[in-house]
Design a protein around this ligand. Sequence first.
Ligand code: HAM
Length: 414
Amino acid sequence: MIQKLKGTKDLLPDQSYKWQILEKKLNKVLENYNFKEIRVPVFEYTELFQRGVGETTDVVQKEMYTFEDKGGRSITLRPEGTAGVIRAYIENGMSSLPSPTKLWYNMGMYRYENVQKGRLREFHQIGAEIIGTESYLADVEIILLANSIFDALNIPKIKLNLNSIGCPKCREKYQKILKEFIGKNLNNYCDTCKSRFEKNPMRILDCKESKCKELNANAPKMIDYLCDDCKEHFENVKRMLREFCIDFKIDTNIVRGLDYYTKTVFEYIDENTGLAILAGGRYDGLVNQLGGQSTPAIGFATGVERLVEVFEQYNNLDDKIPDLYILSSGMEENKKAIEISEYLRKQNHIVEKDLCDRSFNAQMKYANKVRAKNLLVIGENEIKTGLAKIKNMTTGDEKEIKLDCSQIHNYLMA
Ligand code: HAM
């Protein structure tokens, strides 16, 4: 038998209803913040991610699903959403829309990762981007939005870690100092770090190798080298978050795995697993880097698989069950069952009926298995008299009812 690929998951009905509950709640929060949905292609030119995410990142160097299509183009399955969204923003002239533009998405992502708990090769992100403002107010709004998502999901206290990684101006000075520090021990770093030393020394701080992590422990911190503008921006963000009692911790080790970030970066970490549930930051240079006019932006994405796992820990999530099962047998009886079920479904009731020409007994078994709340039996006699029994399966109460759509609707509403 052909099996699914490592790092992928089938989402079966016993899980998918939880995703639906979560997605509905998130859609509502995003709508309340006036974000609009965008959907972009699952594959893009490889160059988009090389330029957007960064040549020296793990994502681009090690994790992309890249292939040549039949036309000889280099294509990549999106490893993250921001680059594609910004490509679409530029390509569709969205800068002419009221600015800032607030977009959200819910899309599958593909990364050739070392598969572990919470780390998949196909995973889903719900992301939000505010494009067109450099104000700290957008940073505050994006963090308030993230918090509102956790609130809407009834998830208590996910730790927010915050850092600022400055702008190209303050980074120039910092990178020199960082290179001096790393340079002293460069021989002891892993080969990937060595290869990143000249091109992008800050990437070395994101290395997962334990020997590199140890060497990096005392590295100079970007936050100590922020220019006045970046410093003021970060102070304003922190001040406003405190005003609204948003708990956060400054974590100067956050560098993020993607190169486009500037200034504020953040991660919400699940303390039980140590995994980031939601993460993002400001990326003031990306639009320009991808060929658009210089446009500051900020956003985040949450890993839906990880978020659902936490969501179900804190909530009793029950799937919907049929309001009514209609038992019927025979042409006239089946016709009546179809008529009633179609009517009730249009009135928003969940209705199930026989589709297999089964015996009453077998239909009853099925109705029990799907935990139908009520049962309506339509046999020869019921067609003749126009009266039928409806049974509440929880209480066991039985009632005679007219075989009339609106009467049954009223019964189900009561
Ligand atoms: P990221 O930190 O790479 O950022 O991913 C965001 C979230 O996606 C993570 O916090 C995690 O919950 C989830 N995630 C990432 N990789 C995996 C994986 N292999 N398996 C399961 N879940 C995973 C971004 O992708 C940025 N585009 C976020 C952003 C939007 N920044 C600004 N705007």
